[in-house]
Design a protein around this ligand. Structure first.
Ligand code: SAH
Length: 246
C-alpha cells in the first residue's frame, strides 16, 4: 500500500488579488504538509505585511514562494495539473476532492502535481481549465458554491491529507510526460493534421482544445509522447513528399 507523497503536491494560485488570502493559503499549506506555493502574476507581493501576518508560523512558505509571470511557464515542469472550480459551467466532468485522492496517490512520488486555484472574483477561465488534466469541485450548497480562496485550498488539502493517513493505492503510476512535453506534442499534432484537413469546425484553436481534452484522459508517458510525435513527423514528411510528385 502506498501513501500520498505530499512532496509531490504544489499549490498554484493564479492571479490572487488579496494579500490576506495569500497569507492564509501559506498557513493552510503548512497545516497539511505541503511545502511549495507558486504564484502566477499575483496582484500583491507574497511579502505584503497582511500576507505575512495571516501566515502566522508559515512565513517561510511566503519567503520561498515562487512567482511566475505566465501560467504556461509555471506549469511546464508538472506531470499532472488539477484545476479547481466552484461552478460547473464547463463541459468537462468534475470530481469531488475525495474521488481524486486515490489517483493522486498513485501518481505521487514519481510525478509533480499542481493544484490550481483561481482569482477571488472570477475563478479560473475556461482557457486555464483546458490546461488541466482533471477538474475538482468541492460540494457546496448550490445557491452559494464559491468558497473563500484560502478555505477552498484548505478543504482540498484536508481531503488529500486525510487520504494520505488512511487511504492507499495498490500501485504507483510511472512518471508521466510534463506539461511542456504535452504542449509541444499538441503543437506537433496541429502542425501535422491541419495540412491533411483535420481542422475541427475549421478552427485550429478548437481542434487543439478537443485533442487536449481527449489526450488528457490518458496518462501519457514521455515515450507515449515520442510515439505520437513520430506519427506527426511521418504525416508531415508524407504530405511534403507526396506534394512534390504533383
Ligand atoms: N467567483 C468565482 C469563484 C472564485 S473563488 C467563481 O464563481 O468561479 C476562488 C477560487 O477558489 C476558485 O477559482 C477555486 O479555485 C476555489 N474555489 C472556490 N470555491 C470552490 C469550490 N466550491 N470548489 C472548488 N474550488 C473552489
Amino acid at each position: 500500500m502506498h501513501r500520498l507523497c505530499l512532496e509531490s503536491l504544489n499549490v498554484v494560485l493564479v492571479h490572487p488579488a488579496n494579500a490576506g488570502n495569500i497569507g492564509a493559503t501559506a498557513r493552510v499549506l503548512k497545516n497539511f504538509g505541503v511545502k511549495t506555493l507558486i504564484l502566477v502574476k499575483p496582484k500583491v507581493s507574497p511579502l505584503h505585511p497582511e500576507a505575512l501576518s495571516r501566515a502566522c508560523k508559515a512565513q517561510d512558505i511566503l519567503y520561498n514562494a515562487v512567482v511566475f509571470n505566465s501560467l504556461e511557464d509555471a506549469l511546464a515542469p508538472f506531470h499532472y495539473v488539477v484545476g479547481t472550480t466552484a461552478r460547473a459551467r464547463y463541459k468537462r466532468s468534475v470530481v469531488f476532492p475525495r474521488e481524486i485522492a486515490s489517483y493522486l496517490t498513485a501518481l505521487s512520488g514519481k510525478n509533480k502535481i499542481a493544484l490550481l486555484f483561481g482569482p477571488e472574483r472570477t475563478g479560473l477561465t475556461n482557457k486555464v481549465l483546458d490546461m488541466c488534466h482533471a477538474l475538482v469541485t468541492i460540494p457546496t450548497a448550490p445557491e452559494h458554491s464559491s468558497l473563500n480562496l484560502a478555505q477552498a485550498v484548505g478543504v482540498i488539502l484536508y481531503e488529500l491529507f486525510y487520504h494520505s493517513l488512511t487511504g492507499g493505492a495498490s500501485q504507483r503510476l510511472p512518471r508521466l510526460a510534463t506539461s511542456q512535453e504535452l504542449e509541444a506534442m499538441y503543437k506537433h499534432l496541429i502542425e501535422a493534421l491541419s495540412p491533411v484537413g483535420f481542422v475541427l469546425g475549421g478552427k485550429r484553436g478548437h481542434t487543439y482544445r478537443v485533442l487536449k481534452r481527449l489526450f488528457s484522459k490518458i496518462p501519457l508517458t514521455e515515450s507515449d509522447v515520442r510515439v505520437i510525435r513520430g506519427i506527426c513527423r511521418q504525416i508531415i514528411w508524407y504530405v511534403k513528399n507526396s506534394q512534390k510528385k504533383f
